[in-house]
Design a protein around this ligand. Structure first.
Ligand code: GLU
Ligand code: ZN
Length: 298
């Protein structure tokens, strides 16, 4: 494949945080940002921020810059410049064209209702139908889909095999690039070696692990942190009772996030400057202390 993507030197740690600007950071996303930052910095790595702004209907005006302001207020300073996925279209299109030329993908015109009617898992119906490009989604031929993998935090992860081995969508019928395409192309483009993020992405990780080798790239290592949920099992948001994300007073949420991640900050740390808390956390980061649970109820 003539993919114009470079592989990173294998010895280098490069982590990233990749928020979608569909809203402001909440406690759960702050925890993910902090964990990926601390893991990178504890290993003398770089930490990059990538704004995943490829789904305009779901975006909130001003959210990207608010997210970046919050990261700065919490002492999470990124290396290199922020990458915006909205600027990456050419690379996504080149990748799609390469896959199509090599017959590693195909056009699909099935509707959501049709797939639901056969049980919700796509069965490759359009693989041999040679649909035209118009009004089609593009699916990846996922013949050797990985469904089990070793996670840096959750250890052995096993996903639903049929779901992990589905021919998943790379380009949507509505004309938007799919998350799976953009995230893998950009993890390769940015030379990401380690991805630390929330357990809501355990299943997508299996698909991503299958996709890297198809693009002739080595996949990063993945570590999934527990999700912060409410007693009712909802993912955290502004409405429920996680410590508020207050850019003017970041210490309480920062301390709570460290404790959530199984770290043991001395209580006196709550009263020092943010950069001092972060320095303590980098020095004392213990990845193996992160709880090995899919969810933690706050
Ligand atoms: N942009 C995705 C989200 O905010 C996360 C992508 C990722 O970490 O791979 O849920
Ligand atoms: Zn189809």
């Amino acid at each position: 494949m003539t993919l114009p993507l470079k592989q990173r030197p294998l010895c280098q740690y490069r982590g990233r945080f990749a928020p979608s600007p569909s809203g402001l950071l909440h406690f759960g996303s702050l925890v993910a940002a902090l964990a990926s930052y601390l893991d990178a910095k504890h290993h003398q790595g770089s930490w990059l921020v990538r704004v995943e702004d490829i789904d305009p209907p779901r975006e909130k005006a001003g959210a990207s810059s608010e997210i970046l302001k919050t990261l700065e207020a919490f002492g999470l300073h990124w290396d290199e410049s922020v990458l915006y996925q909205s600027q990456q279209s050419e690379l996504y299109l080149d990748t799609l064209a390469d896959l199509q030329n090599q017959k590693l993908s195909y056009y699909c015109q099935c509707t959501r209702a049709e797939i639901k009617a056969i049980g919700g898992i796509y069965q490759g119906h359009c693989r041999t139908l040679n649909h035209p490009k118009t009004n089609s989604a593009i699916r990846l031929i996922n013949d050797h889909g990985i469904y089990r993998y070793q996670d840096l935090i959750q250890q052995q992860v096993q996903c639903n095999q049929a779901l992990a081995q589905e021919d998943f969508i790379l380009f949507r019928k509505d004309g938007l690039f799919a998350y799976q395409l953009a995230v893998v192309v950009d993890d390769i483009y940015q030379g990401i070696s380690h991805v630390i993020r929330g357990c809501d992405l355990l299943e997508p990780t299996a698909r991503q692990l299958s996709f890297f080798p198809i693009l002739n790239a080595v996949a990063p290592q993945y570590g999934h942190i527990p999700l912060a949920v409410t007693e009712q099992g909802y993912k955290l948001s502004k409405q429920n009772k996680a410590p508020a994300i207050d850019n003017q007073n970041p210490q309480p949420a920062l301390m709570a996030a460290l404790i959530f991640l199984g770290q043991k900050p001395p209580s006196a740390l709550a009263f020092v400057a943010v950069d001092e808390i972060i320095n303590w956390a980098i020095q004392n980061w213990q990845r193996q202390n992160i709880p090995q649970l899919a969810e933690i109820v706050l």
